[in-house]
Design a protein around this ligand. Structure first.
Ligand code: AHR
Length: 921
């Protein structure tokens, strides 16, 4: 899994999604009309808290400032009317090179467009191991639309189709199922003008040949066996600089080739920009000799309301964020439900006995499933003691930390299958074999009974073990063996680890997303996060495989989540699967992998599940699900207002059909709930465009965008939302983070995020919410970096990026105050101006104006700030500065009081984030 996703992220980092390389804001095919953020104007040297339009693309898709030769054929000064276009792929990168092009005027001399530059990638299957494209066949329909059919692999009984108007922007892919032959190889497509249909012939692994026909590439006739394949007839093999390739040649207008060339060149240019990092800053900014000056003037009269929910958190059980992390349970595998399938069979020791060992002789420890406490929790332990002395030991999650004097709630279910009674000694033992706490439990009867006791630790220890020793001979059944610190966050039963929860609360998040991320839609249909499995008595909850390669106990379930939101004053934002599993699901179980969806015959039930979640959160205690909430100890509603449907899903017809059902049902039954749709895992591309198309079509009120990108991307795309149409869906930037090679959390990435957050505040009228992702990572159990907060059993380690989030969270506003910033001595360099960003918000309830200033340059900036028009209540402002060298991981905010007047100066140190909070009348 790690590899797959790393691969994905490398792709993001390099912006290697060239099929959609035209930037979002100028892409003619993006159906969001473009308008400017209110209150922003662009002047050349004086910029309104946003980067100028330097190096951006003009509306026709060409790059205004990019000094590149016009793409005329070599040796000519005029473009030809038409050219030959060769479409092909190569087997390089394990068949993942995608659809490429070369052009020629004479079919002799061929010019490849870009160096292995692909305009279309296969989206089928897992990142890393799948996503293969073999033998693509490109054909142009009479209406001008291009259709590409390709073979996916030798394994699956499917093929792929995608269509495009211009060969640059490709519509959603489909993966039709064929019924004849072992698989689908070497397709050849021809158009039958008489029938107005397409014949697709293919070969299977046994050399048999088949034909299917279609008129629309949506429905296909059943495959029939034929005797000859046409593949060789319509294909040519051409020698290109990197070897021979086989594909199709089309005669096309030069404009088609020109657009492909420009797209590739633009992508190249964007890559260069996005790859900019601080390592070259000294060289890049060596020309800045004089001190930089920034004059900042606010225009409070132009204030505009912005979302007061902008900064929230993304919680996903990744990196042991829940079990072994925020969920305070100290016993690992308390329910004996770890299973080989959690790790897809890769670890033979990952089974029901994981984390448990039997020490001593004359006893056995086995797992049984004959008489479980609950069918959702089928496995339990049997200790068969011939002579007392042996001990069943649990090592917790890297040990069980205890603090002297602290109390721990022990609970366990026991049963004496032989009907006898007996005693069980329970102890907490240090690595030095010191007993730090102990109790004895009496067991009786042949039916499951819950026993409880409190253990008080007599000393501090980072890593104790929990030991259970039967004091009587005989068979003893044990399950749900649990140890909880009484000191949980807010003292909640079955609660959260206090120190970790407090660090999260200190962000002042206005909302909490849950349960992810990929965990919400799962690896295949069977792994979709079903909220009903995560509520009620712990022993009746249904644990499951965590797609990040471990086990999810469901102990931190929907009830605990809603309660946490309430405890920290944040809005819950649950994200449910849109009836389809994760993009990265394996296609192994046919129909239930990435491209499958919940069968339509089962969708009514699934839709009802989602409606029931809303009832569980908000329903009256006399409703079925409201009653369950009350039974859990919370008769008052949780006041749920938002629900996300889908998580960066592959946008296919299968997705749209299911999403539409869910959206319409929630809208009809709960018009008070804001539904959040999804627009893929990238800031551009097919899922992004198609996700937005669906949102526009259905008028989805909000849409969830995700992008993990380089600091260079954040620097050069601060105007991303300035151009969003304010009349369309609002945006929830549900996952973002700045990624550098090696994935550090450092000042460079933190400041890039701080810089971008100024743009989000400026666009707080369209961007309603944003959450950095992922939130938590347990050291030595991390599947994804960077994360906002690292921790081990005893220490919480916020990153520098955390402090950026925290400073924004603690200094949020409900009004944006536009302003102008004039930078001098910048040598008229846009790359200098882009690295200085300012955002000013007003917190009307807290009576404060907050100025946030980011300096991502290696030089200090002397700023002079004009607050005219703002009624300052206290000349003593609070200034917080986070500053360090770009690679610093240890920088911490420094808070001081700072005198302010209507006009005051403040130095912005090199590589710094400065927040000045001023009390207002
Ligand atoms: O944040 C980690 C993962 O990144 C999420 O689970 C997924 O939605 C995204 O791809």
């Amino acid at each position: 899994m790690i590899k797959h996703w790393s691969f994905l992220l490398i792709i993001v980092y390099l912006a290697a999604q060239p099929a959609v390389a035209t930037p979002h804001a100028t892409d003619a095919n993006v159906s969001r009309p473009v308008s400017h953020a209110e209150g922003t104007t662009h002047t050349s040297h004086t910029d309104v808290f946003s980067p100028a339009s330097y190096a951006k693309v003009t509306t026709n898709g060409t790059h205004a400032n990019l000094m590149r030769p016009v793409s005329h054929p070599e040796g000519t000064t005029h473009a030809p009317d038409s050219a030959y276009l060769f479409s092909y792929t190569t087997a390089k990168n394990n068949d993942r090179s995608g659809l490429q092009f070369a052009w020629s005027q004479d079919k002799q001399q061929w010019h490849v467009i870009g160096n292995r530059f692909a305009f279309l990638y296969s989206d089928y299957g897992r990142w890393g191991s799948d996503k293969r494209m073999n033998s693509p066949w490109l054909i142009q329909a009479p209406d001008g639309i291009w259709h590409c059919i390709w073979s996916l692999n030798e394994r699956d009984h499917l093929f792929a189709h995608a269509a495009s108007e211009d060969l640059v922007n490709w519509k959603r892919q489909s993966y039709p199922d064929i019924t004849a032959g072992a698989n689908f190889l070497h397709p050849a497509v021809t158009y039958d003008a008489g029938q107005q249909s397409y014949n697709i012939t293919y070969t299977d692994a046994n050399g048999k040949q088949f034909r299917i026909t279609t008129t629309d590439f949506k429905t296909y006739t059943p495959a029939t066996a034929i005797t000859t394949s046409r593949y060789s007839e319509g294909s040519v093999t051409i020698t290109l600089p990197e070897g021979t390739a086989t594909g199709q040649v089309h005669r096309v207008p030069w404009a088609v080739v020109d657009r492909l060339i420009k797209t590739q060149e633009l992508a190249q240019y964007n890559w260069q920009q996005q790859a900019e990092s601080s390592t070259k800053d000294n060289e890049r900014f060596a020309m800045l000799q004089k001190p930089l000056q920034a004059s900042i003037t606010l225009h409070p009269e132009k204030a505009k309301p912005i979302s007061n929910l902008l900064l929230g958190i993304f919680f996903e059980d990744i990196n042991y964020a829940a079990d072994g992390g925020l969920y305070a349970e100290l016993v690992q595998n308390r329910d004996f439900e770890y299973a080989l399938s959690d790790k897809e069979g890769r670890d033979p020791n990952w089974n029901s006995t994981h984390s448990w060992t039997l020490h001593g002789d004359n006893s056995t420890f086995t797992i049984d499933a004959a008489t479980p406490i609950h069918p959702n929790n089928p496995h339990y332990a049997i200790l068969d003691t011939k002579t007392p002395g042996a001990t069943l030991v649990n090592g917790g999650y890297d040990g069980i930390p205890v603090k002297k004097g602290s109390k721990y709630d022990l609970s366990l279910f026991t049963r004496q299958p032989d009907g006898k009674s007996g005693k069980l000694l329970v102890r907490l033992v240090s690595p030095q074999n010191n007993i730090l706490a102990q109790t004895t439990i009496t067991i009786s009867g042949n039916s499951w009974k819950k026993a409880q006791a409190v253990l008080t630790a007599t000393a501090d220890a980072d890593s104790t073990t929990l030991e259970l020793q039967p004091l009587t001979a005989g068979r003893l059944a044990l399950d749900m063996i649990s140890l909880f610190p009484q000191e949980t966050f807010k003292g909640r039963k079955n609660g959260l680890r206090a120190d970790l929860a407090q660090v999260i609360a200190d962000i002042h998040p206005r909302f909490v997303r849950f349960p992810g991320g990929c965990v919400s839609h799962g690896d295949g249909l069977n792994n979709i996060y079903r909220w009903k499995n995560t509520i009620g008595p712990l022993e009746a909850r249904k644990p499951q495989r965590n797609l990040w390669g471990y086990h999810q106990s469901a102990g931190l379930g929907y009830f605990e989540y809603f309660r946490f939101c309430e405890d920290i004053g944040a809005e819950p934002v649950p994200v449910v699967a849109a009836g389809v599993p994760c993009q990265n699901s394996g296609p192994s179980a046919k129909g239930s992998g990435q491209q499958g969806g919940i069968p339509m015959s089962e969708m009514d039930e699934y839709v009802q599940d989602i409606l029931d979640l809303i009832e569980y959160a908000n329903g009256d205690i006399h409703t079925t699900w409201g009653k369950k909430r009350a039974e859990a100890g919370h008769p008052e509603p949780f006041h749920l207002k938002y629900i996300g449907i889908g998580n960066e899903d592959l946008i296919t017809d299968i997705f749209e059909e299911r999403f539409t059902l869910l959206f319409n049902a929630v809208k009809k039954q709960h018009p008070e709930i804001t539904v959040i749709g999804t627009a893929g895992p990238f800031f551009e591309g097919t899922d992004y465009d198609e996700g937005w198309d669906i949102a526009n079509k259905l008028k989805v009120p909000m849409i969830d965008e995700h992008y993990y990108v380089s600091p260079g991307w954040f620097i050069h795309n601060q105007d991303f939302y300035d151009k969003y149409d304010r009349s369309k869906s609002k945006v929830y930037l549900g996952e973002y983070a700045a990624h550098l090679p090696g994935r550090p959390s450092n000042i460079e990435t933190a400041l890039a995020e701080a810089l971008y957050l100024t743009a989000l505040e400026r666009n707080g009228d369209v961007v309603s919410m944003a959450s950095y992702a992922p939130l938590l990572a347990k050291e030595a159990h991390t599947q994804w970096t960077p994360d906002l907060i690292y921790f081990n059993n005893t220490t919480v380690k916020p990153t520098v990026n955390y402090f950026v989030q925290q400073l924004y969270g603690a200094n949020s506003g409900d009004k944006y105050l536009p302003g102008t910033i004039t930078i001098s001595n910048d040598m008229n360099r846009e790359d200098v101006r882009e690295r200085i960003a300012v955002s000013t918000v007003e917190d009307t309830r807290g009576k404060a104006v907050i100025i946030k200033m980011v300096n991502l340059l290696p030089k200090a900036v002397q700023s002079s700030i004009d607050l005219s028009g703002i009624s300052i209540a206290d000349a003593d402002a609070v200034k917080t500065v986070l500053q360090g060298s770009p690679d610093s991981k240890d920088a911490r905010p420094v808070v001081s009081s700072y005198p302010v007047t209507d006009k005051f100066n403040a130095e912005l140190p090199p590589y710094s984030f400065t927040v000045i909070r001023i009390k207002t009348k």
